[in-house]
Design a binder for this molecule. Structure first.
Ligand code: DSN
Length: 417
């Protein structure tokens, strides 16, 4: 892959892209929601399929000339249905939020009640945050995690469900390291006659590899993004029971989106094919192992890991013992070439703009081929940086160590810039 045309035609944009490629190459990326898509996926999403208007669905489009994009969308739908054993799929959502919006628009009326996880305890913006459409259109009741165990308090979820009778219950989070008990959510939803939506955006790759329970067996609706653990192009998709197919299709188009991004849908199809391979399953296993190693190392270093560990690709580190905020920690780490995000810990005494923790994820470093030895080294680097954040000499040394480490595990050796 090269950029020879762009370089000539638009040197300014080429320069921004080149710098970003080099940043990704030379940084230890530990943001849990990011990954590094394959060259096959990058090629599909940069193809001339971007030129095609295809409002509608395969074999039922508003414009002519859709024969071949139909092939791509059909392949994407078949592959994702088979990957997650789902009866129905819609691969057109531009993002996870659009996927959630389409599900909500297909079964809810404005003013209906939804029960979802509190953002402060690990939930997601599109599950009812007051500034998001979901919080503006619906009456939102939130559940959190237990103060002691930092696990979802299913007793609280049931109690809230019985009290407020939500029409939709949402399970799924962006900063919850543990396995979510979908069968318990199903039981609660059934007790109050609610629909269940599982947003598996974060852990979809682990589900595809059989390392996390498959929510399709429990929920009427399952939404996800393709670019997190699933390691595909940026975008979303919806899985559901067949009886909801018409309602979801029309909630998405013409309800909230116009022409689908056919180049991205083709790249999603490639992602779903890659996710069926043994190599992908082995990759997800290493993602999980690396995350568990991080937890053990941080605990050995005397730090507290939220909920005591992880069952997934992410962990939350409580920094209060070191006496540094999540915001300061992420800035210190960025200066030495490590990217993380500040994150609230459950029942955080600090505001979201500061936060007491950081979220760490292993999808990207595992894609680069890093394993136990490197994770142990990175844990030490993070610990030393955060405990010596005012010692520039130590930080300079750690930055060199990060630089040497990333050079040994190139991210995109075949991209010519
Ligand atoms: N922004 C994503 C995350 O980092 O978890 C969720 O959409």
């Amino acid at each position: 892959m090269d950029f020879r045309h762009l370089k000539e035609k638009d040197p300014q944009i080429f320069s921004a892209i080149k710098k970003e490629i080099l940043r990704q190459e030379n940084t230890l990326e530990l943001i849990a929601s990011e990954n590094a898509a394959s060259l096959a996926i990058l090629e599909a999403q940069s193809s001339p399929l971007t030129n095609k208007y295809a409002e509608g669905y395969p074999k039922s489009r508003w414009y002519g000339g859709c024969r071949f994009v139909d092939e791509a969308e059909d392949l994407a739908r078949q592959r994702v249905k088979s990957l997650f054993s789902s009866e129905y799929a819609n691969v057109q959502p531009h993002s996870g939020t659009q996927a959630n919006m389409a599900v909500m628009f297909s079964v809810l009326e404005a003013g209906d009640t939804i029960l979802a996880m509190d953002l402060a305890c690990g939930g997601h913006l599109s599950h009812g945050h007051p500034l998001n459409f979901s919080g503006k259109f619906y009456k939102v009741i939130t559940y959190g995690v237990d103060r002691e165990t930092e696990l979802i308090d299913y007793g609280e979820v049931e109690e809230l469900a019985k009290r407020f009778k939500p029409k939709l219950i949402i399970a799924g989070a962006s900063a919850y390291p543990r396995i979510i008990d979908f069968s318990r959510f199903r039981e609660i939803a059934d007790k109050v006659g609610a629909f269940l939506l599982v947003d598996m955006a974060h852990f979809a790759g682990l589900v595809a590899a059989g390392l996390y329970p498959n929510p399709c067996a429990y929920a009427e609706f399952v939404t996800a993004t393709t670019h997190k653990t699933l390691r595909g192009p940026r975008g979303g998709f919806i899985l559901a029971k067949k009886e909801f197919s018409k309602a979801i299709d029309s909630a998405l188009f013409p309800g909230i989106q116009g022409g689908p991004l056919m180049h991205i849908i083709a790249a999603k199809a490639v992602c779903f094919k890659e996710a069926q391979t043994g190599e992908f399953k082995r990759y997800q296993k290493r993602v999980l192992e690396n995350c568990k190693t991080f937890c053990e190392e941080f605990k050995n270093l005397g730090l507290r890991v939220v909920s005591g560990g992880t069952d997934s690709h992410l962990l939350l580190l409580d920094l209060r013992k070191i006496g540094i905020s999540g915001k300061k920690a992420s800035l210190v780490l960025e200066d030495i070439g490590i990217t993380v995000n500040k994150n609230l810990i459950p029942h955080d005494p600090k505001p979201p703009s500061l936060s007491s923790g950081i979220r760490i994820g292993t999808p990207v470093i595992t894609t680069r081929g890093m394993g136990e030895e490197e994770v142990k080294q990175i844990s030490q680097i993070i610990y030393k940086a955060l405990t010596s954040f005012d010692n520039q000499q130590i930080l300079n040394r750690l930055k060199e160590e990060v630089g040497e480490l990333v050079k040994r595990f190139p991210l995109y050796p075949d991209i010519e810039i």
